[in-house]
Every structure is written in C-alpha cells, then in structure tokens.
Design a protein around this ligand. Structure first.
Ligand code: HEM
Length: 239
C-alpha cells in the first residue's frame, strides 16, 4: 500500500470505527430506543459486540501484513483499531455501571440541572451494592472486567513515549496480552449466554484462527532462525 494513501485510509478507518457510535447516538436522539423492548440490554449488547469485533479486527492486522511486503504498513492502523476496541469496551462498562445497574439517570440529570452535584454520589451509593454483588457472584462480569483492565493497560501504554519508556521488548510482551483480552472477551460472551445459545461461536472461531496463525508464524520463524539473536532490539511493529 503506497504511503501517501495512509492518511486517507486512516481517516476512513476513523469514520468506520465511529459510525456505529453515531448510529447508536442517532437512535437515542430520534427516540428509536423507546420502541425496543429492552433498550438498556440493546445498548449493552451493541457496545459489547463492537468492542469484541474491533479487538478481533485489530488482531487481523499482523497476519495480514505478513502475507505480502506491500501490506507491511497496515501496522499503522493496528493501534487505532485497538484503541477503538477500548473505546467501545469503556462505553460498554459505562452503560453497565450507569444503566444496567439501575442508576437513576433521569434523577441524576435533574439533580445536575439544579446544581445538586452531591445527589449524583448518593444515587450511586444506592446501586453500588448491586454492582459489587454482581462482581462477586457473576463470573461473566469478572472475566469481562479482567478483559477491560487489560485493554486499559494497553491503551495507557500505547503512545510512543510509553514504548520508549518501557523498552521495545517489555512493550511487546505487555501488548501480547491483547490475545488474553480477546480470549477473556469470548469467555465473557459464552458465560453470559444461556446454555445452547451459539451466538459467540463466530467470534470464537475467528479468534481461534487468529491464534493458530500467530502460533504457526512463531513456529515457522523459529525453524528459520534456530539461534535466537538475544541482542536484537524488539521492533514493536512486529508484535
Ligand atoms: C468492563 C467490564 C464488563 C462488564 C461489567 C460487562 C457486562 C456485560 C453485560 C451486563 C452484558 C449483557 C449480559 C446480558 O445480556 O445479560 C454484556 C454483554 C456482552 N459483553 Fe460485556 N462486560 C464487560 C466487558 C466486556 C469486554 C471487555 C468485552 C469485549 C472485549 C465485552 C463483550 C461483550 C459481548 C460481546 C456481549 C454480548 C453482546 C450480545 O449479546 O450481542 N464485555 N457485558
């Protein structure tokens, strides 16, 4: 891919990644949610789906760029895709904390309009025990939170100055956790659906193929380079 196209494709990727968010925002604005049986569940599922899909798309970048040298600059889109996955996962968490938990948004909004900021906190205290209860009793929430914490760590360490601070090798090791986050995301999905529901299967198959590609590449590389060059500095682009 010619380098001069990269800024245009980046703009397109931004648009594509933000499109679901704006579509959902528009549904809220036009009142389309009111027609749904359970709008909160719908938003939770929507944000959860997009978090997982974008995470999987970010993982496609590495095997894809290895197919042909002309695709090597695809790496320049991986970070932004990962950050958008984190964006949707954070919205998902926010929706859970503010809507799914039963937080009284209407009352919070009214209090805010009347300058009663402290009321926001007291409203939160009424739902907090339920959130803690969920966290301790529901394993799908625990594994979801685990995935989100990994994505948070990866987002925080994604800027170039963090790469320099951590050193290439450490940065690369840390960022391999993206696979753990994706596995945790799929487990989260399997654990929340009813027994017999196969909805998480497509995402799981996609992740399995990506993991196999990763393992296959590592084996192939080891066969080609039997003596590891320990002094070679890690290249984040190859993570
Ligand atoms: C931060 C902690 C998280 C919490 C508290 C959380 C909570 C939830 C809840 C309550 C649901 C709906 C369950 C139901 O229908 O009964 C859900 C669904 C889902 N979550 Fe999460 N989640 C978290 C993190 C994540 C992360 C990091 C991902 C992706 C990487 C994710 C992906 C999904 C998916 C794919 C669904 C199902 C969507 C569907 O049914 O179409 N979640 N989550």
């Amino acid at each position: 891919m010619p380098n001069r196209l990269v800024p245009y494709i980046k703009a397109l990727v931004h648009l594509l990644c933000l499109a679901p968010f704006f579509v959902e925002l528009n549904r809220f604005r036009t009142g389309a949610f009111d027609l749904e049986a359970d709008p909160v569940a719908s938003i939770t599922h929507f944000t959860g789906d997009w978090a997982l899909w974008l995470l999987l798309v970010s993982l496609v970048v590495t095997p894809l760029r290895r197919l042909h040298p002309s695709l090597s600059n695809l790496i320049r889109f991986r970070r932004m895709l990962g950050l958008y996955a984190f964006f949707y996962a954070s919205l998902h968490l926010l929706v859970y904390v503010l809507l799914f938990s039963g937080y009284d948004i209407q009352m919070a909004w009214d209090s805010l309009k009347h300058g009663q900021v402290a009321k926001l906190w007291s409203l939160w205290l009424t739902v907090w025990p339920g959130v803690v209860d969920d966290l301790t009793k529901r394993r799908f929430i625990q594994v979801g939170l685990f995935a989100w914490v990994i994505l948070l760590a990866l987002a925080v360490t994604s800027p170039n100055f963090m790469l320099r601070k951590l050193g290439g090798k450490n940065w690369q090791r840390l960022h391999r956790l993206v696979y753990v986050a994706a596995i945790a995301g799929c487990i989260h999905y399997w654990w929340l659906v009813k027994v017999g529901v196969k909805a998480p299967m497509k995402d799981t198959i996609a992740l399995t193929l990506l993991l196999l590609a990763r393992i296959g590449w590592t084996i192939l590389k080891q066969r080609r380079e039997p003596i590891p060059n320990a002094s070679k500095a890690a290249q984040p682009a190859e993570a």
